[in-house]
Design a protein around this ligand. Sequence first.
Ligand SMILES: NC(=O)c1ccc[n+]([C@@H]2O[C@H](COP(=O)([O-])OP(=O)(O)OC[C@H]3O[C@@H](n4cnc5c(N)ncnc54)[C@H](O)[C@@H]3O)[C@@H](O)[C@H]2O)c1
Length: 433
Amino acid sequence: MNVSVFGLGYVGCVSAACLARLGHKVIGCDVNPQKVQLINAGQSTIVEDEIGDIVRVSVAEKRLSATDDALATILNTEISLVCVGTPSNENGSLNLDYVKACCISIGESLARKTDYHVVVIRSTMLPGSIRETVVPALEKASGKVAGKDFGLCINPEFLREGSSVKDFHHPPYTVIGTWADKAADVLEAMYASLEAPVLRVPVEAAEMIKYASNSYHAVKICFANEMGRLCKAAGVDSHILMDVFCQDDKLNISRAYLKPGFAFGGSCLPKDVRALNYFARATDTDTPLLGSLIPSNQAHLDQALRLICRGGRRKIGIVGLSFKPGTDDLRESPIVLLVEYLIGRGYPLRIHDANVQISRLFGANRQYIEKEVPHIEKLMSPTLGELIAFADVLVVGHGQADLLQYDLQGKEVIELERLEKKPATAVSQGLGW
Ligand SMILES: NC(=O)c1ccc[n+]([C@@H]2O[C@H](COP(=O)([O-])OP(=O)(O)OC[C@H]3O[C@@H](n4cnc5c(N)ncnc54)[C@H](O)[C@@H]3O)[C@@H](O)[C@H]2O)c1
């Protein structure tokens, strides 16, 4: 294919060179004349393993060239990848000035092109940037309509500096956000020789994925480093520890715990997080990430409370009380905490949990609930039907499958865990979805 790459920095240079190596004819376009000259002289604009040779060979074989002429670039290619920088402003906000300027010059060129052209944004941008900045800039400058007169996709880049050529050829996946399948088909064809799954997702999800990935990577690094500092304070070899940690691919290195839902609780997580934070304080070890876990969990609980209380004083039905489905363990269940708050604020409230019969609880579990919510037995509804008949608002922690059997006409549902199937006629809203 005839491909153009706008911006010949780290992402653009690697993309242009690697696409040329895959057999495409590539034109790189940059506003910086030095970068244009370098490429045309067969030299890379960046230092990276293998890139020098790939650029040299591709330019010599006339599969790669560079220019600062946006119009010629657009007229001579069928698809353009936008790889310009999206730096931070002083206050940390995202600077889209380069993206906007680049889209205006692409748009002005599209105005003078009759053939269908696909614009692909590879720069990292927050959700809403495509609709609020990219589409208006392209449409105003071209006088054309995105998704109809020209194609538009967002295709986030996952390469890492230092191993970018390898990463380009072996990405975890290719994510394409678009609202027009035709444009995504062209982009998919460009990547046809890469062996990576292609995921087509809504535009905003494609914009967000890079932020989720990079934030998670940052969390992992800080977590590993905080564990390292704690291990040092405890006289534990942190590399032995993290090697063992990483060998658990069921809970640690896995999809477990990565679905947005309700706050954590139970008899272990809060207690163990507290103990580790106490140990950090006792050993003068600064661990702000670990220290943020309980406050973050509390913020999630507060958000649930805000959602429930927003509609004023209504009768509340709580579906699911234990800290997770399939158990009657109430110890530090975040739903019990929610119940406490709501009772404290005087809300009329009933609870149903098929696994919990207060009279049958004993030991630490019984002591806990009697201390936290005295007389809770009186609040328990033996059947879900009775709870639904009582409540104006159903707060659903778990036990959601049973809800589908009921007509919830006129009820509001607040989902603490996402309802995979929406019950008939309910107005429903989630905590983080
Ligand atoms: N560097 C990485 O490892 C990496 C990885 C994944 C994603 N990203 C994202 O990719 C984007 C590009 O990052 P980068 O590190 O390659 O940036 P960079 O600063 O190295 O390169 C940007 C290039 O765009 C050029 N440019 C600016 N305005 C232009 C215009 N109107 N027309 C043509 N060229 C123009 C600049 O001259 C520069 O050469 C950013 O959004 C970044 O967040 C970067």
